[in-house]
Design a protein around this ligand. Structure first.
Ligand SMILES: Nc1ncnc2c1ncn2[C@@H]1O[C@H](COP(=O)(O)OP(=O)(O)OP(=O)(O)O)[C@@H](O)[C@H]1O
Ligand SMILES: [Mg+2]
Length: 339
């Protein structure tokens, strides 16, 4: 028995490969390298707690270490309640600058302070475009930008933000002075273009594309397969010697449908809460059932989020709570969703 394994099942935030058992993040998005190499601007949308930020962090690190392009991962979560478009654009610039400052890229860091007083930087209509354009001009490699939590931006600022991205994109190959990021992803729970149609339905009927009509394609993340759950749980077995019976792994898949956070949370509940890190105990199907029941009674916020997702038409594979019953379904009838 090993007293203190280095790693654990992560139930809070993005995974850190040094601290958490995890499945390789980048292969979960097999098309993303093609999107970046192909110079596309695209949307990555997936449910809450499905591993989006974990993938972006891994990818940003990989791109920067490979030396072909630079990459920035900028979360826009801070803009959640910023309805004023001008204030929101200033926040986007601040958030981008913080990422630039924190990066290892000396050229980018120096540039981060070079914008004050420039006329285009004083206009909230152009400041995001100007920052990205100037940054690209100064770099010796092309830039890839991920905007995580992009759907946190309220409607009016979102339109202004996307318009600047679109203008920059359309002019990017005109001349040296109009350079713009090679590839960009807007990441969140919603497909941004769907979101814009939702808030401005007339855009669809008049044939106007969304401001982000430079989008080429949407990517999404799948849940873990049974084999992947087995591979994740085996990492714990390799580190501690604690064994999951095959029927326990199958049961975890049954309850979670492979939803990444739930897969971790069920295992963590057995290992830490039920068995108090006594790694000599073999984990059975019954222990996994108990963990599932406990998580339901806890009513973790993630369940609320999953329930929210049920109202969205694209959701195919979900977990829902009806009274005290947890069930997996392939599709949930509308009358159950609205209960
Ligand atoms: N590669 C992975 N291997 C194993 N577990 C993972 C992996 N990626 C994510 N998870 C699980 O999913 C949880 C959420 O990860 P992450 O924060 O990256 O998701 P997210 O989609 O960005 O969430 P949010 O919607 O809250 O922004 C982690 O705490 C972990 O339990
Ligand atoms: Mg995230």
């Amino acid at each position: 028995m090993i007293a203190n394994p280095v790693k654990s099942f992560n139930t809070v935030g993005a995974c850190n490969p040094l601290k958490h058992y995890m499945l390789p993040a980048i292969p979960r998005l097999p098309d993303i390298t093609d999107m970046i190499d192909g110079e596309f601007y695209f949307v990555l949308h997936a449910p809450r707690q499905s591993g989006k930020t974990t993938c972006l962090q891994a990818l940003t690190k990989k791109i920067n270490s490979e030396g072909r392009y630079y990459a920035i991962n900028c979360s826009l979560e801070f803009l959640r309640n910023t309805n004023d478009p001008s204030t929101a654009m200033k926040y986007v610039v601040d958030l981008l600058n913080s990422e630039i400052e924190a990066s290892d890229m000396a050229e980018i860091s120096r540039l981060a302070y070079a914008f004050d007083g420039k006329p285009s930087m004083n206009s909230t209509v152009s400041m995001v475009r100007y920052l990205l354009r100037s940054l690209c001009q100064s770099l010796d490699r092309e830039l890839v930008v991920f905007f995580d939590e992009a759907d946190c931006i309220p409607e009016d600022p979102l339109v202004l933000f996307l318009a600047q991205i679109r203008t920059g994109y359309l002019a990017r190959s005109v001349s040296e002075s109009t350079k713009f990021p090679r590839s960009m992803a807007l990441v969140g729970m919603r497909d941004i273009s769907d979101y814009l149609y939702m808030v401005r339905p007339e855009a669809k009927s008049t044939g106007l594309a969304s401001p982000f009509n430079v989008k080429k394609k949407s990517l999404t993340l799948s849940n873990f397969s049974l084999e992947e759950i087995n591979s994740l749980y085996s990492q714990h077995t390799a580190e501690t010697g604690q064994f999951f019976e095959p029927t326990a792994v199958e049961r975890a898949w049954y309850w979670t449908d492979g939803q990444p956070w739930l897969v971790n949370a069920i295992a963590d509940d057995v290992v830490v809460r039920q068995f108090k890190k006594d790694y000599s105990k073999v984990i059975t199907r019954k222990d996994i059932d108990q963990a599932a029941g406990f998580l339901i009674l806890q009513k973790e916020t993630h369940f609320d989020s999953l329930l929210e997702r049920l109202k969205e038409p694209r959701v195919r594979s979900v977990i829902y709570i009806s009274g005290n019953l947890l069930a997996t379904e392939r599709s949930i009838p509308e009358h159950n969703i609205n209960k």
